[in-house]
Design a protein around this ligand. Structure first.
Ligand SMILES: [Zn+2]
Length: 210
């Protein structure tokens, strides 16, 4: 198994490549920027890209998805509840003062319960609205690993002050969909260092009973 997570772009979004050398296939999660680097790495590894999975439609996570699709032919998957945000790309680029990346509607919606990923390393989509209405986490149960997007961070949670954000909803999503996973589940957030479900249940200040 190949698992590489590295920050891309000005907001340092964690992009992840998960690959299966035997099958010669990979998925990329959240190619927000630096598409040339992501594509070179896939080429170096000799892996064919099967899916581009996007946890939510903020520019720092989705910005490079269409370019990567054009380079590889892989489909883009994104929850349909984030389509309004996808259409606001020019405004999002304005927030950051960067050029507006070209985007296109996803090839398929990351709906709750959908199985995505690689044959040997499948993931279940957990719809976890709150940071945005279409935010999802990807639970790779056989790997005891969660890709958390901007829903859960080490010691923090996603902001809810942008369009589509809802502070009670993100807490509900984390409590009902994420904290029910086993303590040892490794969490790879959309920004910053990795953590575990157990560590966040014990010490995340946003998740303690009031
Ligand atoms: Zn975000």
């Amino acid at each position: 198994m190949i698992l590489e997570t590295f920050p891309v772009g000005p907001l340092q979004c964690n992009c992840t490549i998960l690959g299966d050398e035997e099958a010669g296939e990979a998925i990329v999660i959240d190619p927000g920027d630096e598409v040339g680097r992501i594509h070179s790495r896939l080429t170096e590894l000799g892996l064919k890209l099967k899916q581009i999975l996007v946890t939510h439609a903020h520019i720092d996570h989705v910005g490079g998805a269409l370019r990567l699709k054009r380079l590889t032919g892989a489909p883009i998957l994104l929850n349909q509840n984030d389509l309004p945000l996808l259409k606001m790309m020019e405004m999002q680029a304005g927030w950051l003062g960067v050029a507006t990346p070209e985007t296109a509607p996803p090839d398929e919606s990351l709906t709750d319960g959908l199985l995505v990923g690689l044959d040997r390393y499948p993931a279940e989509v957990l719809h976890t609205p709150g940071h945005t209405q279409g935010s999802v986490c990807l639970h790779f149960a056989p790997l005891k690993m969660l890709i958390a997007g901007d829903t859960l961070f080490a010691g923090s949670i996603g902001r809810t002050d942008l369009p589509g954000g809802n502070s009670q909803q993100i807490i509900d999503s984390i409590q009902t969909r994420l904290l029910v996973l086993s303590d040892e589940t490794k969490v790879l957030p959309g920004h910053g260092p990795a953590t575990t479900i157990g560590d966040e249940r014990r010490s995340n200040p946003f998740l303690q009973a009031q």
